[in-house]
Design a protein around this ligand. Structure first.
Ligand SMILES: O=C(O)c1cc(=O)[nH]c(=O)n1[C@@H]1O[C@H](COP(=O)(O)O)[C@@H](O)[C@H]1O
Length: 241
């Protein structure tokens, strides 16, 4: 997939103040062009942060992981789309009907409002889930089989891609084709702290496996020099053809 390395790195802004956001975005400067706004930040500062990032010329993945009945999820996405994020997401485990209703209503709303439609992607199995968690919720398929099944379901419902661990990216790429977005958190440069992630891989391995975008938070945010950490990751990403 011919996307530049700096458009494939999405830095997770897991903060709860605009001051922290502005300080990091300023520090990273032109090195990073894509940011993720998740629930910690959105619940505390609201849509202002998406508008601010867009005003800085940055791309935004608004990661609110919607999971509810079809009508509620579709309505929620239509409310969010005016903020101008490039990517929105839902949980694939909400099922085919929820995802199809969401995708159809989002496309119709974009057309009606005359604005570009954000990409809609689905969480397959969270990257923090390990075998014990998986067994604990009564799942019996191997995790990777469940991920591929959910990715195919998301594709058939008209979604643009999925969120999955880098360990499953190759299987998803094979099952869902070259243009499907595969956004992988759970990325850790060699030697960095794993934190609460379980199914991880290095930036180079994630790309080799077929990820289109990498979501990375703490290895950059918690680094003594976040810009140097981001640039080292981008350099590693550029080694993958
Ligand atoms: O949707 C996500 O972005 C997401 C899905 C998933 O399965 N795992 C996952 O870690 N994430 C998000 O990706 C980011 C990973 O952050 P770090 O673990 O700090 O690199 C966090 O903001 C998570 O909310």
């Amino acid at each position: 997939m011919a996307i530049k390395a700096d458009d494939r790195l999405i830095v997770a802004l897991d903060f709860h103040t605009m001051e922290d956001v502005k300080a990091l975005v300023e520090k990273l400067g032109d090195s990073v062009s894509y940011y993720k706004v998740g629930m910690e930040l959105f619940y505390s500062v609201g849509g202002e942060v998406v508008r601010w990032l867009r005003g800085q010329g940055k791309h935004v993945f608004l990661d609110l992981k919607l999971h509810d009945i079809p009508n509620t999820v579709a309505g929620g996405l239509c409310s969010l789309m005016d903020l101008g994020a490039d990517i929105l997401n839902v949980h694939a485990s909400g099922g085919y009907t929820m995802m199809k209703t969401a995708a159809d209503r989002l496309h119709a709303a974009a057309e009606e409002r005359g604005i570009p439609c954000p990409k809609l992607i689905a969480i397959t199995v969270l990257t923090s889930i390990n075998q014990e968690d998986w067994d604990g919720v009564g799942q019996t398929l191997p995790i990777q089989d469940a991920v591929v099944r959910l990715a195919k379901l998301a594709k058939s419902a008209g979604l643009d891609g999925v969120v999955a661990s880098p360990q499953e990216a190759a299987l998803i790429r094979e099952a869902c084709g070259a243009d499907f977005l595969i956004v992988t958190p759970g990325v850790r440069p060699a030697g960095s702290a794993i934190n609460d992630q379980s199914r991880i891989a290095t930036p180079a391995k994630a790309l080799t496996n077929g990820a289109s975008h990498l979501v990375i938070g703490r290895p950059i945010r918690a680094a003594e020099d976040p810009k140097a950490a981001a640039e080292a990751i981008l350099k590693e990403m550029e080694t993958v053809k």
